[in-house]
Design a binder for this molecule. Sequence first.
Ligand SMILES: Cc1cc2nc3c(=O)[nH]c(=O)nc-3n(C[C@H](O)[C@H](O)[C@H](O)COP(=O)(O)O)c2cc1C
Length: 166
Amino acid sequence: MAQAPITHQEFTRAFRDTLGMFATGVTVVATRAPNGDPIGLTVNSFNSVSLDPPLIVWSMARHLPGLPVFAACEYYSVNVLAADQQHLSQLFASRSDDKFRDLAFDEGLYGVPLLRGCCARLECRNTTRHPGGDHLVFISEVVRFDREDRPPLVFQAGAYRRLAED
Ligand SMILES: Cc1cc2nc3c(=O)[nH]c(=O)nc-3n(C[C@H](O)[C@H](O)[C@H](O)COP(=O)(O)O)c2cc1C
């Protein structure tokens, strides 16, 4: 028997679930708003692009209120979360107006917030942005970075995971 065609909503759900099979790390991308307030969001679309020049990529949903700030900022940070920082992933994926209120953080170039206790921190110059459907794709030059030998937080199929010890 022929299958009924799926609706657009069913397609989107299935597509999202299929993409979710790709295991990623979890990052918090952060910058300063023009009034100086630190802002940030949880991002797992982060990836490496080029070693020379040093470029990274991530994408931001166009509907997010922080989009104009990230699109216009000169510098931002990418903070790669460690396994014990799931609470930070949840905090920065929430709609809170003041995610940094109870958070001690370092400051990078131009005051960009750098979270503590991460696996890695990258300071990026906001060089190019490209349209990507319902997202804006950032490809940026990394100008400074540091790392610590900590196990990473992993996200797959809509759930947080940890790497198994072998
Ligand atoms: C694990 C995880 C990964 C996410 N990755 C992205 C991403 O790559 N791009 C994006 O725009 N939103 C992503 N989000 C959703 C944003 O973090 C979420 O919409 C957040 O509320 C945005 O912050 P705002 O509401 O302060 O703008 C992700 C959420 C989670 C939990």
